[in-house]
Design a protein around this ligand. Structure first.
Ligand code: ZN
Length: 69
């Protein structure tokens, strides 16, 4: 599943400001565009998944959490 998303996105970060291609899989994160909140339909929807590099994933998460506060 993760492999399919990474291959589809050509191992590139989908953050427009970033777009880095990462060959090291440990630096790639399979991210849910919309939070699945335990919904299996959203969880397994490849259209709802994107490849992000770790710094973007961590950064996006942190700013989303900041916005929520
Ligand atoms: Zn990135």
């Amino acid at each position: 599943m993760r492999e399919r998303v990474f291959t589809r996105d050509l191992f590139g970060c989908q953050m427009p400001a970033c777009g880095k291609v990462i060959s090291n899989r440990r630096q790639l994160v399979c991210d849910h565009v919309r939070p699945h909140r335990g919904d299996p339909a959203l969880f397994w929807d490849e259209g709802n998944l994107q490849t992000l590099c770790k710094p973007c994933h961590d950064g996006a998460k942190q700013s989303a959490e900041r916005r929520a506060r």
